[in-house]
Ligand binder design. Structure first.
Ligand SMILES: [Mg+2]
Length: 309
C-alpha cells in the first residue's frame, strides 16, 4: 500500500472516529450497536452531547495543533507546541482533559508544568497524550524506531508527568511506524515492548497480549493502559475499519478517545480508502483560539501529505 494511503488513513481515521465516538462518551457498553445495528447502514455520524455531526473533539484539535507546529517550525519545537496548546486552552474548547487543562493553565513554564502537576497530584497517566498522537506518529515514522519513540515521550511529557503516558504514546508511534513499513503491527508487539522502559513493560505487556479483553481492565479507559489495550484489541478482533471502530465505541466510557486511538491504528492499517466516505464528508475540526479556523477533509489530507505521506 502507498505510504500516503496509510498516512492519510491514520490522520483522517483518528479524526473521524473521534467525531463518531464523541456522542457516546461516558455511555454504557453496546450503545453504538444498539443505535446502529447494521454495519454500513449510515447515519452513524449523528452528533449529540454538545457535538455537531462530524465535529471532532479535543483529541483531534490537539493533534492538528501538533501537526501545524511540526510543519511551521520545521521539526520538533516543544515550547512552540506548548504555547499552541495554551492558546487553544485559553480560548475555551468545548472539551479538554482535566489534567491537560490544569497543566496548560497553571502558569508554569513549558518544561516544568507537567512535572509539577505530577509531583502534586501523583496521578498523570490519563490517555490525553495518546489521544492526540496520530499526526506526530505519521511525521516521525520515517525517522526510525528510536526517533519516533523519543519524540512521543517528549510531546507526551508536555502535559503528562507520568512516564506511563509517555510509554503508551511511544508504543502507538511505533505501531504506526511498523505499519507504514507494511509490517503487521500486532506481530511486532513483542519487539516493541522490548523497547518500553522496564518499569512500565509488564503493565503494557498485559493489556497488549492477544488474550487480554477490555473487560479485564483494572482502570477506567480514560487511563492510558486500557485505552491503548482496547484500541489494539479492537484492531486485533475485527477485519475492517468500520468494524474496528464499532467495537471500540461499543466498549463505552471514554469513547471518543478510545475510538480516536483505534482509528489512528486502523486507518494506517487499512488505508484511507477503507474509511467510509459518509464519515469523512461531514468531518470538521474547529480550532478554538486560531482565528476561527475549521479544518475539513481536504485540509487533513494536506496535513497528512506534508507530515509524511
Ligand atoms: Mg475528546
Amino acid at each position: 500500500m502507498k505510504r500516503m494511503q496509510r498516512a492519510a488513513g491514520a490522520v483522517v481515521g483518528s479524526a473521524v472516529d473521534d467525531a463518531l465516538g464523541a456522542p457516546f462518551e461516558f455511555g454504557p457498553q453496546g450503545a453504538f450497536s444498539a443505535r446502529f445495528p447494521a454495519p454500513g447502514a449510515g447515519g452513524e455520524m449523528c452528533g449529540g452531547g454538545g457535538w455537531d455531526p462530524g465535529e471532532a473533539t479535543d483529541d483531534t484539535q490537539m493533534a492538528v495543533l501538533v501537526a501545524e507546529s511540526l510543519l511551521e517550525q520545521g521539526g520538533l519545537d516543544l515550547p512552540d507546541i506548548f504555547a499552541r496548546f495554551q492558546r487553544w486552552a485559553a480560548a475555551g474548547p468545548k472539551d479538554i482533559g482535566l489534567q491537560t487543562e490544569d497543566v496548560l493553565t497553571n502558569g508554569m513554564p513549558w518544561d516544568l508544568a507537567a512535572a509539577v502537576h505530577f509531583q502534586v497530584n501523583q496521578r498523570a497517566a490519563g490517555n490525553g497524550s495518546l489521544m492526540r498522537a496520530s499526526t506526530c506518529a505519521v511525521h516521525f515514522a520515517a525517522a526510525g524506531r528510536e526517533a519516533t519513540m523519543d519524540a512521543a515521550h517528549r510531546i507526551a511529557a508536555l502535559t503528562h508527568g507520568d512516564r506511563a503516558a509517555w510509554e503508551g504514546t511511544a508504543i502507538f508511534h511505533e505501531l504506526i511506524r511498523v505499519t507504514f513499513e507494511d509490517a503487521d503491527p500486532l506481530t511486532a508487539l513483542p519487539d516493541i515492548l522490548a523497547h518500553v522502559h522496564p518499569d512500565h513493560r509488564g503493565r503494557y505487556a498485559t493489556v497488549l497480549s492477544p488474550d487480554w479483553h477490555p473487560d479485564e481492565a483494572t482502570e477506567f479507559n480514560g487511563a492510558v493502559w486500557p485505552c491503548l489495550g482496547s484500541a489494539v484489541w479492537a484492531l486485533r478482533t475485527t477485519t475492517g475499519f468500520e468494524d474496528a471502530i464499532r467495537a471500540a465505541i461499543d466498549l463505552g466510557g471514554d469513547t471518543d478517545t478510545v475510538a480516536a486511538v483505534t482509528g489512528g491504528l486502523a486507518g494506517a492499517y487499512y488505508g484511507l480508502d477503507a474509511i467510509p466516505v459518509r464519515w469523512t464528508q461531514p468531518l470538521h475540526v474547529p480550532l478554538p483560539g486560531f482565528d476561527g479556523q475549521v479544518l475539513h477533509l481536504a485540509d487533513l489530507l494536506d496535513l497528512a501529505h506534508r507530515l509524511g505521506g
